[in-house]
Design a binder for this molecule. Structure first.
Ligand SMILES: *[C@@H]1O[C@H](CO)[C@@H](O)[C@H](O)[C@H]1NC(C)=O
Ligand SMILES: *[C@@H]1O[C@H](CO)[C@@H](O)[C@H](O)[C@H]1NC(C)=O
Ligand SMILES: *[C@@H]1O[C@H](CO)[C@@H](O)[C@H](O)[C@H]1NC(C)=O
Ligand SMILES: *[C@@H]1O[C@H](CO)[C@@H](O)[C@H](O)[C@H]1NC(C)=O
Ligand SMILES: *[C@@H]1O[C@H](CO)[C@@H](O)[C@H](O)[C@H]1NC(C)=O
Ligand SMILES: *[C@@H]1O[C@H](CO)[C@@H](O)[C@H](O)[C@H]1NC(C)=O
Ligand SMILES: *[C@@H]1O[C@H](CO)[C@@H](O)[C@H](O)[C@H]1NC(C)=O
Length: 627
């Protein structure tokens, strides 16, 4: 019953928003109650996807977040480090603002992540740190061997941020020993990973582009900054956080091209770089205590606002459902204009992120009691408030109120667009059709639900700050103010980390043994469409199973040297039996003639000597290109 009503209410809200409300007041009536209703559906939707008792995650390991219950077209029945950390960041924030029932879920999450950190996987092991960059696992906490865009370096940073938020609560609530013994060892691995690998390329949050991603770099900076602080509060230190965070911030400046934030750099992919990546990066690093800092692309910074307009405008002409909407109003937005996944549609979480950035920015303006417009963000302001001029606007003046109201109304427009395309059940899929707005792709996408809850919380905080009548319940600061000065010279650096299984949090005591990173080079001439794999007699090598064979990398293949390589973390002081394989373009396999053996060196040899390299050439039948 209630759900049918929801549709009618959303429709009414949409009608309301057509005429901008004068002065500084929001849709206190219908939109607020629609959001309250959908927020509770969304929170439950996220919880339903978490094991072991979530309604759509029955039998999934405790604390493991399923990306979506959808198992076919697409199959998202896996757990991603990124999505899980974003989900639990939302749940920790909800816990901090009074939803005490979430505590046991958070404890389950800590346990699940401690276990997952130790699971050796195609990105590597815990011992080398490299395994922490693995993007996804099976929901029973085992490795996924299929070809994938790996590594992805945002997961450890997001997880550290989530766990630090909970640790701060523990410290204020008599949980010092739990913080120190249980949670910190998990966080420490992730911080060490970020400090060691931030300056290496990886795949972006959409798992398509290998390079350097704004989202990843922005949240890596945040993680290192708050990692250094929490370490001090625990009476420890994170020297690697302190040594690397200024360099990460320096590098972060490279993503700004003068007009907008370029989502991916250090990549060969030719796209404009206008991408929801940047909006999501800005909201993931929002700090309510920050100034409108340009260097950290705070939601209210001139750069982030200019970027928001460029991003939103890139979808005005390309989606049929946006046709006829004025250039000053909200539209449905997707990942990036060139997107072809499911034919490239708007995403709920992207459209909601635009609203969230504006609600975050509003919290900042209200907190500062002023707002500045510069030549950089003037086009943004002019589009939503034609009378806008460059200058300073102080609270208590009508112009300040008008600008805030324009920003809030614009933000509400994105929520209304999403509301219009939420089915009567209130369920959120991944996408909605660019042609007609019907829900598409994975159903019950956890991240979509999470984005609704965080949007609603940001809006609540903005309105409460203005009314000063209730607790704003803003997300906690991460210390941006003390960490936003950009060094004058950027340096390419790294700090070698050390990694250990977080056993007090539940990591298996025998896991995370010492491994050595071995680089297997094999010269094997291949035709276009033919690929080299490796398999052998251990789990890391796929245990002779074709489905689990390790795909080779051809990035260094040239006409003078047909080099395929495999960089694999293998347990020290063991012996493997292995073979290289060719997969033909028709899917059939050709094996090398004889088995090879290799004895992995003892532990400790690697750090001194660099990676161990095993050179060889293919011995076996060669493939033939189809004619
Ligand atoms: C874990 O799940 C995968 C995928 O469903 C399955 O193939 C594998 O056998 C499971 N492993 C264990 C130990 O249950
Ligand atoms: C490493 O850092 C340097 C200095 O900021 C930068 O020029 C380079 O692009 C970075 N590379 C990667 C892959 O992060
Ligand atoms: C919106 O802006 C685009 C270019 O930025 C322009 O071509 C179009 O005519 C504008 N539409 C309206 C309705 O003003
Ligand atoms: C809506 O558009 C999608 C393609 O984007 C199509 O598959 C679907 O059939 C359409 N639904 C309706 C009700 O027109
Ligand atoms: C490898 O596969 C064999 C059967 O093919 C199985 O008996 C064995 O347990 C597997 N070993 C590992 C480590 O997965
Ligand atoms: C793999 O093969 C090597 C060489 O035959 C052998 O020494 C080793 O014990 C085998 N490992 C496993 C896990 O069976
Ligand atoms: C040799 O390789 C084959 C796969 O080609 C495998 O089935 C067999 O167990 C291997 N033998 C040894 C002794 O490792």
């Amino acid at each position: 019953m209630m759900l049918k009503l929801l549709v009618a209410v959303f429709a009414a809200a949409l009608a309301n928003s057509a005429s901008a409300l004068p002065g500084f007041q929001y849709h206190q009536g219908d939109l607020a109650s629609d959001i309250a209703t959908e927020k509770s559906i969304a929170l439950q939707g996220a919880l339903d996807n978490i094991g072991p008792n979530g309604a759509k995650a029955l039998g999934v390991s405790a604390g493991v977040v399923v990306a979506s219950p959808s198992t076919v077209d697409p199959n998202y029945f896996y757990t991603w480090s990124r999505d899980s950390a974003l989900t639990f960041k939302m749940l920790v924030d909800e816990f901090l603002t009074g939803n005490t029932g979430l505590k046991s879920h958070i404890e389950d999450y800590i346990n699940a992540q401690a276990i997952l950190q130790t699971v050796s996987n195609p990105s590597g092991s815990l011992s080398s740190g490299r395994g922490l960059g693995e993007p996804k696992f099976y929901v029973n906490e085992t490795r996924f061997n299929g070809a994938w865009g790996r590594p992805q370096r945002d997961g450890p940073a997001l997880r550290a941020t989530t766990l630090i938020a909970y640790t701060k609560w523990l410290l204020k609530n008599g949980g010092m020993s739990e913080a120190m013994n249980v949670v910190w060892p998990v966080i420490k691995n992730d911080l060490n990973y970020v400090a060691q690998f931030w300056n290496q390329t990886g795949f972006d949050l959409w798992e398509e582009v290998s390079g350097s991603s704004f989202f990843t770099t922005a949240i890596q900076h945040r993680a290192l900054v708050e990692g250094a602080t929490i370490a001090k509060q625990l009476g420890l230190s994170c020297a690697n956080c302190e040594s690397q965070s200024p360099s990460v911030l320096c590098f972060l400046q490279s993503f700004w091209n003068g007009e907008y934030i370029v989502a991916n750099i250090n990549t060969g992919v030719s796209r404009t770089g206008i991408d929801a990546n940047t909006i999501l990066g800005s909201i993931a690093t929002f700090d309510p205590d920050a100034c409108c800092t340009e260097s950290t692309f705070q939601p209210c910074s001139h750069r982030a606002l200019a970027n928001l307009k460029v991003y939103v405008d890139s979808f005005r002409e390309i989606y049929a459902i946006n046709a006829g909407i004025s250039n000053s109003s909200a539209v449905a937005t997707g990942r990036y204009a060139e997107d072809v996944y499911f034919n490239g549609n708007p995403w709920y979480l992207c459209t909601l992120a635009v609203a969230e950035q504006l609600y975050d920015a509003t919290q900042q303006w209200l907190g500062h009691h002023n707002l500045f417009i510069s030549d950089i963000d003037l086009p943004f302001w002019e589009s939503i408030y034609p009378a806008a001029k460059i200058g300073q606007y102080n609270s208590g003046t009508p112009s300040f109120d008008n600008l805030i109201a324009a920003a809030m109304n614009f933000a509400d427009g994105f929520v209304n667009i999403v509301g219009k395309h939420i089915p009567s059940s209130g369920a959120l899929s991944e996408q909605f059709s660019r042609e007609n707005g019907t829900a598409l792709s994975a159903h019950d996408l956890t991240w979509s639900y999470v984005s609704y809850v965080t949007m609603a919380a940001a809006r609540h905080a903005a309105i409460a700050l203005n009314a000063a009548a209730q607790e704003p319940n803003q997300v906690p600061s991460w210390g941006e103010r003390y960490a936003d000065i950009v060094p004058s010279v950027c340096v390419a650096t790294s700090a070698q980390g050390s990694y250990a299984a977080a056993t007090a949090a539940g990591a298996p005591p025998d896991a995370g043994g010492c491994t050595v990173t071995v680089l297997f080079d094999v010269d094997a001439s291949t035709y276009y469409g033919e690929n080299i794999y490796m398999t052998g007699n251990t789990t890391d090598l796929g245990n002779w199973s074709l489905a689990d064979a390790v795909p080779g990398n051809a990035a260094k293949y040239t006409s003078s040297r047909p080099l395929w390589y495999f960089e694999i973390d293998l347990p020290a002081s063991t012996t493997i039996s292995y073979k290289y394989l060719r997969q033909e373009s028709d899917g059939s396999w050709l094996w090398e003639t004889s088995n090879r053996t290799y004895s992995i060196p003892a532990c400790g040899t690697q750090a001194e000597t660099g990676n161990v390299v095993v050179e060889s050439s293919w011995v076996g039948p060669s493939g033939m290109a189809p004619r």
